[in-house]
Design a protein around this ligand. Structure first.
Ligand SMILES: [Fe+2]
Ligand SMILES: [Fe+2]
Length: 368
């Protein structure tokens, strides 16, 4: 409880101060309010006043770019992708449906960013920051829809229908296991928004966005079908913008990073790696976060091989390299602010030794 209080720091001035002395502290009746007065001041967090701060030019430019780069998942050629998959085996289609359900675990991010919009709004962040957050809500919703459309091209209504083959049954069980873990993270992140300042919550996103950018551009280059090529290309474009955003948000709010928050960020980076690795790398044996069936790793390898073959996602070595680069990129940014990177022995990267406990899942925002 004590630490919670210490970490809950105000990162913005209360902007409701209009500079006029309030005459009436708390008017009950209209008659109590003399003419030519200002109202009482009020405290953040509050969605009022509407706040017009256009001074953060870099962020505002990113907001304008985000608006221009919007794309429409419904205009992708789903019909021809469906036809392409119709020629594949039952086992292959089940694997594709599973993989996109697993991707959706991380792109089920509309709610997380909608919460961030509310927080940024209530704490009166500048117009660029609030603006970009609103576009990410839209981006993430699109990413989640595209996962569903892709999964349905493989198996209509998966995993909400009755399985029609043993392959589908296995895929269905394991998709639900992944989502069961997703629900645990959702419970955790709801608390994180209450406990930590917004820029700290979003630091572990930095790694995810950086890794996702590389993995999705790789997937686009290797795509075996045109619809997948476009889907991964546009998603990579969104993720690159999200990465820039997390970086700007971090740099703009460095004043909020005291020694406690800095230590938290180191832990968060490790937590982000452990959580996101499932989709952008491979399941990690060592993590306490994921709770999955004992043979999940074997099943994952089967799916992975099919995904490389049928869809064209990059091989493990490529994904490993993508993570290594993401860690370097983020490490460079953080080291400028005296924040230590965690050790990531899985990638041969040295750093601060971090042991994460099960309850630390709140440190890893579950999405990118
Ligand atoms: Fe993202
Ligand atoms: Fe996303």
């Amino acid at each position: 409880m004590e630490t919670q209080k210490k970490l809950r720091i105000i990162i913005r001035e209360p902007r409701s101060r209009h500079g006029g002395a309030p005459i009436v502290a708390n008017p009950k009746e209209m008659e109590d309010i003399p003419p030519d007065t200002y109202p009482p001041e009020w405290d953040v967090p509050n969605a009022y006043p509407p706040y017009w701060d256009f001074s953060n030019e870099r962020m505002y430019n990113l907001y304008m770019k985000a608006k221009k780069e919007q794309w429409d998942e419904d205009s992708l050629d789903w019909k021809s992708f469906g036809e392409y998959l119709a020629n594949k085996t039952e086992r292959e289609r089940a694997a594709v449906a599973f993989w996109f359900s697993m991707l959706a675990n991380f792109d089920n991010a509309t709610g997380a960013f909608a919460r961030a919009v509310i927080a940024a709004h209530e704490w009166h962040f500048d117009a660029g920051t609030v603006g970009v957050f609103t576009t990410i809500v839209m981006d993430e919703n699109r990413h989640c829809i595209m996962c569903g459309k892709a999964a349905f091209c493989a198996l209509k209504n998966f995993p909400f229908r009755k399985p029609q083959s043993p392959y589908e049954e296995k895929a269905r069980k394991y998709a639900w296991w992944v989502w069961w873990n997703g629900h645990r993270y959702w419970n955790a992140i709801k608390e994180a928004f209450e406990k930590y300042p917004l820029p700290a919550v979003f630091t572990s996103f930095m790694m995810g966005e950086a890794a996702a950018t590389t993995v999705f551009s790789g997937a686009s280059r290797g795509a075996k079908h045109e619809t997948m090529r476009s889907l991964f290309k546009f998603t990579a474009m969104d993720e690159a913008r999200h990465f820039a955003f997390t970086q700007f948000l971090f740099e703009d709010n460095q004043h909020a990073f005291n020694e406690d928050i800095k230590k938290l960020v180191t832990k968060q980076i490790r937590a982000g790696f452990e959580f996101l690795s499932l989709i952008t790398y491979k399941p990690l044996r060592t993590t306490k976060f994921w709770k999955l069936p004992r043979d999940f790793e074997k099943y994952y390898e089967e799916v992975d091989a099919i995904m490389q073959d049928v869809i064209g996602i990059p091989p493990l070595e490529f994904r490993e390299e993508a993570w290594r680069k993401a860690v370097m990129r983020v490490g460079n940014i953080l080291s400028r602010f005296g924040i230590e990177m965690p050790a990531i022995p899985e990638l041969g990267i040295e750093g601060g030794k971090i042991e994460l406990a099960e309850e630390d899942i709140e440190l890893a925002p579950p999405v990118f």
